[in-house]
Ligand binder design. Structure first.
Ligand code: UD1
Length: 419
């Protein structure tokens, strides 16, 4: 298995591009099921999760081929299976959003439930109750959700919490349902908006994506379309933190600046110089003159939970006390324990982590449990003395395209080794 070795202490400088958004790509790939015509998706990041999504779709009979470095053509002319097996869904929870489009297209779906997750319980009850409201008969049998419906019917659905995955799943089920659907307390994330744009280009009638209420006017059928995936705001934010934690000067290109307001506000509050241009972000300064900060993760447009671990690494370098509260997932502080092994001073009290910053981090062998936790350890390694050795790199490969190469291009001493 691959490891990353980082020798910290280099100020990152230069320019780096952001790849297409992982979380936007995954549901968009699943949406290919909704039409028997070909679809072409551009700006697709080369990631393990994308490979997993394609394998899942191929298993259902969907044909896919890369037509460029970041471009895929998919064609679901014939859907030959109705099953998303446990092996797939357990390796990637986002597979569960196949339920809506598969059911809408074929009237049948058998999708494994995802089970536990390193960052919290992450149930799928809202996905199921929403799709049930659209008229599907759903049973839970042998760890699988089995759903049937001749044709779904529009309904009024209220989400208890604005779940991103449930919003996407229900949206994809509703676009070809009979009549109107009104989804209230919907997730507003840019990735939901990107999916809605793609569905609209396939002929769906969707109003209000990006607001709390999404309305769908069901159509008989969808057709083929082309779409370019939005840039990855979480990767952009992670690279911004990499610049700040090394006190470097980095220009991040292809950045969805308008989606990062909450993050840029916090970086500025910490004393980092952030200059936003048209699709670029220049981040300079930062460590060692960082100020402590308080932050709370929230649904979009609040501070994203997917950047919480990275910010925790950053505040270890801000002299004074920072307070981070995680409100989305109940167990998302696994990185804190590894950061503490590197010398960070962190006290955890329920959903809150109190970080006494300004300590010198020391390189250590560390291991991460999930994607964003791995990134926080990479960031800590960039700031630490000596060598940090990060194992379980496959977590990073799930969601960051060519991360080691991108950081190395900014001067980081980072090396991927195969042992
Ligand atoms: C997506 C993102 C993930 C991000 C998260 C929150 C993808 C592939 N993943 O995950 O990177 O961290 O949004 O921004 O896009 N919940 C329920 N019942 C449900 C569904 C969710 O209670 O049926 C709860 C979850 O336990 C969690 C909260 O809702 O506490 C938000 O989760 P959700 O928005 O669904 O996250 P995902 O879509 O899984």
């Amino acid at each position: 298995m691959d490891k990353m070795l980082i020798r910290g202490g280099v100020k990152l400088t230069g320019e780096v591009p952001v790849s297409g958004s992982k979380n936007a790509t995954l549901p968009i790939l699943m949406a290919a099921l909704l039409t028997d015509e070909p679809v072409r998706i551009r700006n697709v990041p080369r990631l393990r999760d994308v490979a997993t999504a394609l394998a899942l779709l191929n298993g259902l009979g969907v044909e896919s081929r890369w037509t460029g470095e970041h471009e895929i053509e998919l064609c679901a002319a014939r859907v030959t299976s109705h099953e998303a097996p446990y092996e797939m869904v357990k390796t990637m929870r986002a597979s569960f959003v196949v339920l809506g489009p598969l059911l809408a297209r074929t009237g049948r779906a058998r999708v494994s439930t995802p089970g536990g997750c390193a960052i919290g319980a992450r149930p799928v009850n809202l996905h199921i109750s929403g799709i049930r409201s659209l008229g599907a008969r759903i049973q839970l049998r042998n760890g699988y959700v089995e759903a049937h419906a001749e044709r779904l019917s529009g309904a009024r659905i209220w989400l208890d919490t604005p779940s991103v995955g449930a919003t996407e799943n229900i949206l994809m089920a509703a676009v070809t349902a009979r009549g109107q659907t009104q989804l209230e307390n919907a997730a507003r994330e840019p990735e939901v908006q990107d999916l809605a744009r793609f569905l609209a280009s396939m002929g769906a009638k969707i109003y209000g994506a990006g607001s709390h209420v999404i309305e769908v006017e069901g159509v008989e059928r969808l057709h083929g379309a082309e779409h370019a995936v939005i840039a990855d705001r979480i990767e952009a934010g992670s690279l911004a933190v990499a610049a700040a934690i090394t006190g470097g000067d980095v220009t991040i290109r292809n950045t969805p600046v308008g989606q990062l307001d909450a993050v840029l506000a916090k970086l500025r509050e910490m004393g980092v110089a952030v200059t936003a241009g048209d699709g670029t972000l220049r981040v300079s300064g930062g460590a060692p003159a960082l100020r402590p900060v308080e932050l709370r993760t929230l649904p979009y447009p609040g501070f994203p939970t997917d950047l919480q671990a990275q910010m925790m690494a950053l505040v270890t370098q801000a002299a004074g006390t920072s307070v981070i509260t995680e409100t989305i997932f109940e167990n998302r502080f696994m990185h804190a324990l590894e950061l503490m092994r590197m010398g960070a001073d962190i006290v955890m009290k329920g959903p809150t982590a109190i970080v006494h910053g300004g300590t010198r981090l020391q390189g250590a062998p560390v291991m991460a449990t999930d994607l964003r936790a791995s990134m926080s350890l990479i960031l800590a390694g960039l700031a630490a003395e000596n060598v940090t050795e990060i194992s379980r790199v496959y977590h990073l490969d799930r969601g960051y395209e060519a991360l080691d190469k991108k950081l190395a291009s900014l001067g980081a001493r980072i090396e991927r080794v195969n042992e």
